[in-house]
Design a protein around this ligand. Sequence first.
Ligand code: SAM
Ligand code: SF4
Ligand code: SF4
Length: 363
Amino acid sequence: MQEVRIPLSSLARRVCVADTDPAEPLDALQRPLRDLRISVTDRCNFRCAYCMPKEHFGPGFKFLPHAALLSFEEITRLAGVFVRLGVRKLRLTGGEPLLRRELPRLIEQLAGLRSPEGEALDLTLTTNGSLLARQARALKEAGLQRVTVSLDALDDAVFRRMNDVDFPVADVLAGLDAAQSVGLGPIKVNMVVQRGVNDHEVERMAAHFRGTGMVLRFIEFMDVGSHNDWRLDQVLPSRELVQRIGARWPLRPLQASKPGETAERWAYADGGGEIGFISSVTQAFCGDCNRARLSTDGRLYTCLFAHQGLLLRDWLRDGRSSDADIAAQLRGHWRQRQDRYSQLRLQPGVPAAAKVEMHFIGG
Ligand code: SAM
Ligand code: SF4
Ligand code: SF4
């Protein structure tokens, strides 16, 4: 149970507390809120050009000061409020989440949260895998259930070029092995495919992960943030990839396992396991998007492509707002949500706005 602090000072707030609406809100497009992605740091040890290009995120770049970051206690409190609104899945992300000091302590706290039905939440994390080999056991012991690891190539030279900090692929593969051996599965592996950059690695990646129990997912290169020089001609449509892979290893489509799933799932017909395609650009899946994102400094973004967020940190720190107050505000905010950027992206006349950077709100 979350603590509810009844504020004594303001009548308006008393009204909010009395108004403890138990309903799980639907947004303006009738979508529930199920998935909360929490960015625990805006820093990263990689400089993937599609996310944090070196030219922009160089040595002089000002990351958030420590005081601006939500503390673990603040994150856990907010996550508990989100659970009241319907969230059942928490994903830690960043930046690179494994750079956040003492992360297992946060995981322990989050693993203690329960749904109103008394069930543990789905608790997972997305990482570039660089620090996974040494942290996998502690993450598992703290209560993390599984991980998603980003890996854009198996060829060492291509991988070093893409992370742009000369990081060797072997260390990420060691991280994957460590995660698998401590039981942080089923593991998903995310590959962002950019035409002319790493698309020649697609079949090699598929061959490598077939039959391992890990699920490789190909992600279409997206126009997140304002600095990644996104071009539509660098997007390799998933449909093309399904054909390429299916020509080598016949595939059969799988049903979505739950509403709001980002990946289209396929199975190798020969029993080689599952493979997924995330087609945000060519087959938008806004229709059942049930995801919200909490930035490192405590802002709520209701879309990956949003340009402004709702600052929750002040409510956490004002010493007056109870969990019920915050829940009431968030419920109202979610009910107004109309985001569906991916459905609108390629429509004529949609103005290109400055979007929030992905390392700040997480993928
Ligand atoms: N640093 C961690 C990592 O790379 O896994 C977590 C944060 S990262 C922002 C989350 C995911 O977003 C990664 O799988 C990454 O590949 C993906 N991503 C980042 N920029 C992207 C882009 N422009 N298009 C598609 N996916 C992107
Ligand atoms: Fe870092 Fe992940 Fe962004 Fe790459 S995708 S720069 S690893 S946050
Ligand atoms: Fe959800 Fe926004 Fe992505 Fe659409 S564009 S699926 S609303 S995060």
